[in-house]
Design a protein around this ligand. Structure first.
Ligand code: SER
Ligand code: ZN
Length: 520
């Protein structure tokens, strides 16, 4: 996987094969065997016009045969070492009654090409050193175990170096963005930040905790109206069925979607108690009783290290629920949505109002079907979304192709280059962002519009990762995020908090605002 066709790559291995007896009496035989194996079995699988592995140096010393093996990309030096062991074991056992005890790799040096020398240092795990000579990377690994080799870590390290070099190239480049459609401008009678206004009026309360909101009756009613609109005007007419998922996502699921590579630093991790024993927890309880505080350092000792996290997006658990299934043709496309699991993202510096929070409410429709089915569905979804945003909410908004969301969530270097080349109207895959103008942020031209919704078809990455099959067809999948706080933030930013100014289409879903409470 790590080595692309025709990329120059060189493996140099410094190691040894360990035997069960002193090798000096058989040194000459041994050299003969190695020569014979190098010319024969080691070259198996090497194309005619390519170089196979070479044993550059060998030195019997005591019970060890130390070796330097150099190779290109065919029969790499570590594979050559393992083949050599196997072949020598047969010959030495039969002819000299000497067995092979194991192999050792003291140093493995891998040289391979990268697109260009990186500007900043690149760090990867396991490597003792990583240097760049122009567009060649030279990585050394010390004391490499067989396990390390058989788990394919070498290829993955090469891929990781290339990915990190690529990421540096894309740094600072503008993200891909191409407008598809825009509404006409609308009058904006309201200029305030609606969260601040709601907080003043007691519709919302910040907390408990960072980046979360308590929605009092008025705000809750607006959010629930948005939910009803999404359900009744978008999802039910298109035939989506509801599912209810857990809010916890086990690491196995995120290893498949890639979230633990991409957004590990934004996940809210979840710990189980290490034990439920009364005795183990007694001291903590007693300390709480006496000090009226939680001894957090003690608590950590009672918890298991996390094996799961809180929902980041709802689709991973939905894909999990279909994993290793073969779906009946008549059930295609699968159209489901979850609106139960709240999403959690550690936003740190980015928090703002109800639109950028650590915990939010979203309906996530997920669709799995043939490419044609999903392209048609996308048309249907866009038509229903347009109906909602134009006719019911009367928003000023636009749609644009952006980098597919999984590139970020799965930590893949996401440059714009590939996308630009395929940015035709007839795109089959990709992510569309729905963005709305927020007057409180400034002018239309200069302020950042808010992404309040997205819609993706993502090819077969998830159907492959979760092994979801149909009887006859190739399956692809996609999802769309309906962020209820975001819909609400956009609506209130443009229409204000006075129901008298709200469009009739919306008022059908919320004829009257609850009274809420006045505090003295
Ligand atoms: N899974 C998609 C996202 O995270 C849609 O919700 O953006
Ligand atoms: Zn999703």
């Amino acid at each position: 996987m790590g080595c692309r066709e025709a990329d120059p790559v060189r493996f140099e291995l410094d190691g040894a094969i360990l035997f069960s007896a002193d090798l000096s009496p058989v040194a000459e035989h041994l050299k003969g065997y190695v020569g014979e194996i190098e010319a024969g079995p080691l070259q198996k699988g090497v194309p005619d016009d390519e170089d196979g592995p070479h044993v550059e140096r060998m030195e019997p010393a005591g019970q060890e045969l130390s070796l330097v093996i150099v190779s290109g990309r065919y029969v790499r030096a570590h594979e050559a070492l393992l083949r050599l062991r196997k072949e020598l074991s047969a010959r030495m056992g039969k002819e000299h009654r000497i067995g092979v005890r194991g192999v050792r790799i003291d140093r493995y040096t891998i040289s391979f090409s990268v697109p260009e020398a990186p500007d900043h240092p690149v760090r990867v795990p396991f490597a003792t050193s990583l240097d760049f000579e122009g567009d060649t990377a030279v990585m050394t690994l010390d004391d490499v175990s067989e396990d390390f080799l058989s788990r394919n870590y070498v290829d993955r390290l090469v891929a990781l170096v290339r990915e990190k070099v690529d990421a540096q190239r894309y740094e600072g480049k503008e993200e891909f963005w191409e407008q598809i459609w825009t509404s006409t401008p609308r009058e904006m009678p309201y200029q305030e930040d609606p969260t601040e206004d709601m907080a003043r009026r007691g519709w919302v309360q910040q907390g408990p905790g960072k980046g979360r909101w308590f929605f009092r009756p008025q705000a809750a009613a607006v959010i629930r109206a948005m939910e009803r609109i999404a359900l009744e005007e978008v999802l039910r007419p298109l035939g989506f069925q509801e599912v209810i998922s857990s809010s916890l996502v086990p690491f196995e699921v995120w290893l498949k979607t890639g979230h633990l590579k991409g957004v590990a630093n934004e996940i809210y991790y979840f710990s189980e108690p290490a034990t439920r024993s009364e005795e183990a927890w007694e001291e903590l309880r007693d300390l709480v009783k006496v000090t009226r505080e939680v001894p957090r350092d003690k608590l950590v000792g009672l918890l298991d290290a996390p094996r799961a996290g809180m929902t980041y997006a709802q689709c991973p658990n939905i894909y999990w629920s279909f994993q290793k299934r073969t779906v009946a043709d008549e059930d295609l496309p699968i159209l489901v949505f979850d609106r139960t699991a709240n999403s959690y993202r550690y936003e740190s510096g980015g928090r703002h109002g109800i639109e950028r929070v650590d915990e939010f409410h979203r309906i996530e429709p997920v669709y799995i079907g043939t490419v044609d089915q999903l392209v048609e569905l996308r048309e249907g979804l866009i038509e229903r979304y347009k109906h909602v945003f134009n006719e019911l909410l009367e928003l000023e908004w636009r749609m644009a192709w952006v980098s597919p969301f999984y590139l970020q969530q799965a930590g893949m270097a996401g440059g714009g280059e590939d996308e630009e080349a395929t940015a035709a109207d007839e795109r089959r895959e990709g992510t569309i962002d729905f963005e709305a103008y927020l007057p409180y942020r400034g002018t239309r031209e200069e302020s950042e519009w808010l992404e309040f919704q997205n819609l993706s078809i993502l090819g077969d990455i998830y159907t492959t990762a979760f092994n979801i099959k149909a009887q006859r067809h190739e399956l692809v999948s996609g999802c769309s995020g309906i962020g209820l706080e975001r819909w609400t933030a956009v609506f209130l930013s443009q229409k204000g908090l006075d129901p008298a100014g709200w469009p009739e289409g919306f008022k059908r879903f919320l004829p009257e605002l609850p009274r809420g409470f006045t505090f003295h």
